[in-house]
Structure formats: C-alpha cells, structure tokens
Design a protein around this ligand. Structure first.
Ligand SMILES: *Cc1c(COP(=O)(O)O)cnc(C)c1O
Length: 355
C-alpha cells in the first residue's frame, strides 16, 4: 500500500508518553483554536443561518468575498464540500471539469462530483511544480460532439501541495480556459499561503477565476469551515446545492466567528510557518542522505532508505508526530509549531540518522 498522510492517523498520539506538548507535523489541519479565537466564537452573535439570520455567518461570507474581490460568499463545512458545491453549481450531468491529476478535487474528494453530480473529471498530468500548460488545457477541451462530454469547467489549485503557482501562469491558464468557453474555479484551500509567500493581494490571485474556495481550517487555524466565493447569482444557486448536500447549518455563527477571527489575525503570520518550514528544511538537508524541498509550509524530505516507519516510531516517542512517507515524506508547519519546536525536530532527526 502507498503510504499517505492518512495512513498514520493516531500513531504516537495515543502512544506518546513524554507528557509534554505534542509537535504534530502531519498537517496544518491539526491546529486548536487559540484563546482569542475561542473568545470570538463564544461571544459570536448567532441565528438560524438557513433563514439567513446568522449575523456571524453573514459577516464571514461578506468579509471573505471582499477579501477575494468577489460579489458573494458561502460558508461551508469543509473544503471538500466547498469544491463539490462549486462543481455541482458549475456543471450539469454529462458535463466535464478539467483538473490536474494530482489536485485534491481529483485525488482526494471521493469523486463526489461524479458520484453525486454525473460530472466527468478530465485529469491532466501536472508538471513537477504542480502546474499545467495552456496547450494541455486547449487539447483537453472537447468539440461539440455527441460522443464526448461537454467541457464546462477548468479547476486549478494554489498552492499545489505547498507549491506556488505564479500569478502569470494561472492567469494564462484561466484565459485559455475562458476563451475555450469554460468557467474557471480555483481550489484555494491554501490560497492565503500563496498570497503571503508571493507578496500579492488575495483579490489579485483570485481575479482570474469565477469562483474561489478557501479553507479556514488549515494554516488559518479555524476549527471548521471553508468559504466559496463568486458572483451573486452563482452563490445563490450554490446555496441550494449546499442544502441539497445537507450542508445547511443552523447557529453556524459559532464556527463562522472562528473563521472571521482567522482571516483577521492569522493571515500575515503564515510567513512564520513558511520561515519555520525553511528552517526545518535547512536543518534536515545537513543530514547525509536527506534531500529537502520547500516553498511554503510543507517540507518534502527524500529518504535514502525506507526506514520511514522506524523514524515515525522513534519521533513519536519524543512527542513528534509525522506521517511516514517514502521515498518522500511530507512535513507541515502551522500555527501550533514554533521555531523552538523545529529545533527539537531537527535534533530528533539528526540523532535518528546518526543511529
Ligand atoms: C484540504 C484540502 C481540501 C479539502 O479540505 P477539507 O476541509 O479537508 O475537506 C481541498 N483542496 C485542497 C488543495 C486541500 O489541501
């Protein structure tokens, strides 16, 4: 079996006996709400969001739409639900969405758009940087032919497994898709990591797209939720699809307040996660045999031998939780990991490989 980020759940978390705080590097989804975020959630003014009465949800949806330069926003339970609602709203049965073959929509969402929406996914092989070419997109768009699905949507992603997609390249891809008559969606689960790392405005990165999905529960540190932003009429139709999927939540303002807090307080600080990832990559690359690669908050560590499982157990004994991947292991920094924690992790790797 191929080791994935999910194949290691619970390892060490239960077995840890160090008694200290865990340093959990499996994903940026493992963060706990900060005291300030809890306060914001506890004092959130709420109402029944299915009636449109929840002021905190409404404020988050407006705030996210403003941030991304779109007309309207919709609060959803997860990034998967947000992408699914986007695809169901863009595409009908027998229509297709063109997507990178290692993008989350294709690899990690249980093919919901196909299962529930009768939508074909047309995967294009991404290059080493996670990108696609305009030629690939052009070649993938089908003629109006009864043998073929109807090409309707292009889905891009930024970041792609922590890799930055440049504003120029995504703009060119989006332009190509549009001139072929497609709508364009971006899975921006970690878009704010790209915004901070590239030093651009969020609305600039979002501008080439009709719709944008943004996760609040990754590096931004909220416990739950994503927002889908786009044109007013699209979001009105997306709201129906959210309801259809059982995603109409009631006093969801408790969660939305955490999301608004995240957008207000936790965007700029993503630079710390990127700096910590860089620090880690530099520390590990000194260890003979290890090769590291980092752009934002994910470090990929190439291992010389498949001793990932032993490494995982050894680190777990020291309160450090990682996913065991081979030949490349993914390590993720986030707001519950400090620079001092990174030094501990480097020390633990160093003594394991001295071994
Ligand atoms: C995590 C992730 C999602 C889905 O988010 P969930 O909230 O886990 O459903 C979608 N796209 C990308 C690129 C992601 O990394």
């Amino acid at each position: 079996m191929v080791a994935t980020a999910y194949s290691t759940m619970g390892v060490g978390v239960v077995g840890n006996t160090s008694g200290d705080k865990l340093i959990d590097l499996r994903s940026d989804t493992v963060t706990r709400p900060s005291a300030g975020m809890y306060d914001a959630m506890m004092s959130a003014s709420v109402g029944d969001d299915v009636y449109g009465d929840d002021e905190s949800v409404n404020a988050l949806e407006r705030g996210a739409a403003d941030l991304l330069g779109k007309e309207a926003g919709l609060f959803l339970s997860s990034g998967t639900q947000s992408n699914l609602v986007a695809l169901l709203t863009h595409c009908g049965r027998g229509e297709e969405a063109i997507v990178g073959n290692d993008y989350h929509i294709f690899t990690s969402e249980a093919c919901g758009a196909s299962v529930l929406g009768g939508i074909a996914l047309c995967p294009l092989v991404t290059n080493e940087s996670g990108g696609l070419t305009t030629d690939q997109v052009t070649a993938a768009v089908k003629d109006d032919d009864p043998h073929s699905p109807i090409s309707r949507l292009l889905c891009l992603e930024n970041t792609v497994s922590g890799k930055l997609q440049s504003p120029d390249s995504i703009k060119a891809l989006s332009d190509t898709g549009r001139s072929a008559g497609l709508s364009v969606h971006i899975d921006g689960a970690r878009l704010m990591n790209a915004v901070v790392a590239l030093g651009v405005e969020a609305n600039e990165l979002a501008a080439p797209f009709d719709t944008v999905s943004l996760c609040l529960s990754k590096g931004l540190g909220a416990p739950v939720g994503s927002v889908l932003c786009g044109p007013q009429d699209f979001i009105r139709r997306a709201r129906r699809n959210r309801k259809l999927l059982g995603g109409g939540m009631r006093q969801a303002g408790i969660l939305a307040a955490g999301g608004s807090y995240a957008l207000e307080h936790n965007v700029g600080r993503l630079a710390e996660d990127h700096a910590n990832a860089k620090l880690l990559a530099e520390g590990l690359s000194v260890i003979p045999g290890l090769v590291t690669d980092v752009q934002t908050n994910m470090v990929f560590v190439g291992l010389p031998n498949n001793n990932a499982a032993e490494l995982q157990v050894s680190l777990a004994g020291q309160g450090i939780i990682i996913s065991a991947g081979f030949p490349s292991m993914r390590i993720v920094t986030h707001l519950d990991v400090s620079a001092a924690d990174i030094e501990c992790v480097i020390d633990a790797f160093t003594s394991f490989f001295k071994g």
